[in-house]
Design a protein around this ligand. Structure first.
Ligand SMILES: [Zn+2]
Length: 438
């Protein structure tokens, strides 16, 4: 087992180490990041007020805008000369957020990602086909480095050129696919188009999937079509990148590497810390980050954390599957709707394919439209009955959403395909470019 000592830490030891590291990290951030010193002063607290783990709740939050406000170098606690890597968000919605790493941070990140591969069931002799984008995005290089630290061979195919991707998957008989779940689905469809049967021709064993929320039904579909164990990997650029938490073979939540991350769940409206196990916004403090020590970083991800022991023997607490991003959450006619709920309802309906779009519009009242492709095999089969399928899928949607969705079934292949994160939600309540024909 890779870094067994860290992976198999007892919960009491984790908590003891967290406390020691938290106290040190708060002091470090206060002394080296002017933003924190200022914020602590405004709140009337000093690092010495943080005496035990529970005092973490006294520490002010950090949010994404704090990073934007510190463009270009980000929240730096070290002289620029000590930085060995920068990554940045795409900045499509404004100023990019930049994150930075020292040599020590890179080592920690590599170790965390290697633990993820190990926990997910990857063996050092496997070849990892890394189809995450290389570049400013942390996905490509994060999955790359971790695989090398683990001792695997990496095939850095990056995104795009699907035909070549499939050829190499076959020629190299790669055991691991690291990709977004939507790209994995796309790949399995494309493989068939190019004349491969993934179950017969490929040698895939484990999928390392992250960077977007996905449902249990999507997992099942990927596992069946590619013949792999599809494992969820969680992280975000602000917290090194991928590698914060990962599933183990039990697939019952994602173990958070809690010797490095202190997790809290808060009420997103009031900021109050919620009791263990309650659903809320997930907040992380990086306990040893050197270049940019973020304290109580608000992820906007909604989920719950359990401390119950896992069959795998790891005592690191688990995030039960991320339900969605509080940013992604749509409020339609006063009802909260997560795109992941729509996906779950659609994939639960036999005969519906993996590609769909959610459109929110308004005339007098908010309206929720769902456009979903019919599964190709089902569409071509004699069983296909549009009315019947539509009725069944609509009922499944109503059951999870508590609001009526207007469903339209589409022919297979109608919706645009994507190689990165899929754009599945269109909120045109404010937009000018409307899709008129719904
Ligand atoms: Zn486990």
């Amino acid at each position: 087992m890779f870094n067994e000592k860290a992976q198999k830490m007892k919960l009491d030891d984790i908590r003891e180490l967290q406390e020691k590291r938290l106290l040190k990290q708060v002091k470090y951030a206060y002394e080296n990041v002017p933003m924190y010193k200022k914020r602590f002063k405004e709140e009337g607290i000093k690092p010495s007020d943080i005496k035990k783990l529970e005092d973490a709740r006294k520490v002010p939050f950090t949010v994404k805008d704090d990073l934007r406000d510190h463009y270009p170098y980000g929240i730096l606690a070290v002289p620029k000369e000590k930085v060995v890597r920068f990554h940045a968000s795409s900045g499509t919605t404004g100023t990019p957020t930049v994150v930075s790493y020292t040599k020590k941070d890179m080592d920690v990140w590599g170790d965390l990602m290697a633990r993820c591969y190990d926990s997910a069931g990857v063996e050092p002799e496997y070849i990892v086909q890394n189809a995450y984008g290389y570049g400013l995005f942390t996905g490509g290089l994060g999955f790359h480095q971790g695989a090398e630290v683990m001792g695997c061979a990496v095939l850095p195919t990056s995104t795009g050129n699907t035909k070549k991707q499939i050829k190499m998957m076959n020629d190299f008989q790669t055991e691991v696919l690291a990709a977004t779940p939507s790209y994995a689905i796309y790949l399995s469809e494309a493989a068939e188009k190019y004349g491969f049967d993934p179950l017969e021709d490929f040698n895939l064993k484990v999928g390392m999937f992250g960077a977007e929320p996905w449902s249990e039904e999507a997992r099942e579909s990927i596992e069946n079509s590619l013949g792999i164990k599809a494992q969820d990997v969680y992280g975000m650029s602000e917290l090194y990148g991928p590698g914060v938490a990962v599933e183990c073979p039990e697939q019952n939540g994602l173990h958070i590497w809690s010797d490095e991350f202190l997790v809290e769940t808060i009420d997103p409206k009031t900021g109050e810390v919620l009791p263990e196990g309650e659903k809320g916004e997930i907040v992380f403090t990086m306990l040893t980050r050197e270049a940019m020590p973020l304290l109580r970083y608000r992820t906007k991800d909604v989920g719950s954390v359990t401390y119950e022991e896992c069959e795998c023997g790891r005592q690191h607490p688990r995030i039960e599957k991320i339900e969605g991003r509080s940013d992604d959450m749509l409020i339609v006619g006063g009802v909260n709707v997560f795109p992941s709920q729509v996906e779950a309802a659609l994939l639960e309906t036999e005969g519906i394919g993996e590609h769909y779009q959610i459109i929110v519009d308004r005339d007098v009242l908010d309206k929720l439209y769902v456009r979903a492709e019919v599964d190709k095999d089902h569409y071509e089969s004699s069983e296909y009955d549009e009315e019947k399928l539509k009725k069944e899928a609509s009922e499944n949607l109503t059951a999870v959403l508590n609001i009526k969705a207007r469903l339209k079934l589409l022919e297979p292949g109608t919706l645009p395909r994507t190689v990165g994160k899929a754009k599945r939600v269109i909120d045109q309540r404010e937009e000018q470019d409307r899709i008129e024909e719904l």
